[in-house]
Design a protein around this ligand. Structure first.
Ligand SMILES: *[C@@H]1O[C@H](CO)[C@@H](O)[C@H](O)[C@H]1NC(C)=O
Ligand SMILES: *[C@@H]1O[C@H](CO)[C@@H](O)[C@H](O)[C@H]1NC(C)=O
Ligand SMILES: *[C@@H]1O[C@H](CO)[C@@H](O)[C@H](O)[C@H]1NC(C)=O
Ligand SMILES: *[C@@H]1O[C@H](CO)[C@@H](O)[C@H](O)[C@H]1NC(C)=O
Ligand SMILES: *[C@@H]1O[C@H](CO)[C@@H](O)[C@H](O)[C@H]1NC(C)=O
Length: 213
């Protein structure tokens, strides 16, 4: 009897180790798929192979079972910057990908917040993948919620901030945006919705005055 229990346990163990399971997620709907892949459990694949992939596409990070890839993508999927297939273990597609992707201090706050004052925070993986991404610090000088920000330039630009980089401090390298909030290297940002709407108001008033003149 004991023997059977052992055999069943061994088979279960082998099924687990050689299980057909991969991490399956897409950062488009689930940002942690890009930033915290270590915390995902592998899920069973529809086809019985434990071949998994990780790829980046249009800035999103996608993980799944290799059997889902079309042939052309699967054939080209051995590139450490775009798409990689692995089969050495169940859920082997659980690593940060690409391994060299940008990491920055990422936070927002006012000018007295922890975001502004703590320059020893740990850099974290940028949620959007962009080759050559930079880190940034943005300060609009208003001392309000979110007026001080550290993060990945790709994320700021997706929100139309720091598109003109002279509005922000930018730098290249893992966690390079740890500079002190009072550094003269950080310009006062003149971009963003509040500034644009106040500019439109000023232009509107100027036009009205021209009409009266
Ligand atoms: C998957 O493969 C394992 C071992 O190779 C086998 O025991 C199992 O029955 C297979 N499952 C399916 C659904 O084909
Ligand atoms: C993809 O490759 C498999 C096996 O190599 C083949 O059976 C299948 O027909 C291919 N599909 C397409 C669309 O080329
Ligand atoms: C700045 O944020 C902190 C919390 O991070 C808050 O306690 C403080 O009141 C805020 N100050 C201003 C001026 O908004
Ligand atoms: C921001 O506001 C707080 C509270 O009103 C004040 O103590 C602090 O000096 C202000 N900081 C700057 C840089 O204006
Ligand atoms: C900048 O802030 C740091 C601490 O936050 C302080 O030690 C330093 O004196 C400040 N530098 C200037 C020029 O205000």
């Amino acid at each position: 009897m004991k023997y059977y229990v052992l055999v069943i346990a061994a088979v279960a163990y082998l099924a687990y180790v050689h299980g057909d399971a991969c991490v399956q997620c897409n950062s488009a709907t689930d940002p942690k798929c890009a930033t915290d892949p270590e915390n995902y459990l592998a899920k069973t694949c529809a086809v019985n192979t434990s071949i998994c992939y990780t790829r980046v596409l249009n800035g999103n990070t996608i993980r799944g079972c290799a059997s889902e890839l079309d042939n052309a993508t699967a054939v080209a999927c051995h590139n450490e910057l775009q798409c990689l297939i692995c089969s050495f273990a169940e859920g082997c597609n659980r690593l940060v990908f690409p391994q060299s992707r940008s990491q920055c201090l990422q936070c927002t706050g006012n000018s007295t917040s922890d975001c502004a004052t703590n320059v020893y925070a740990r850099p974290t993986v940028c949620p959007t993948y962009k080759l050559g991404d930079k880190c940034y610090v943005r300060n609009d000088g208003k001392n309000k919620t979110n007026s001080f920000q550290r993060g990945c330039l790709s994320s700021a630009q997706a929100n139309k901030l720091c598109v003109d980089e002279t509005n922000c401090f930018t730098c290249e390298g893992v966690g390079c945006n740890f500079i002190s909030a009072n550094s003269t290297q950080i310009p006062v940002a003149r971009d963003g919705a509040a500034f644009i709407s106040s500019s439109i108001l000023v232009i509107g008033v100027a036009l009205a005055m021209l009409r009266w003149a």
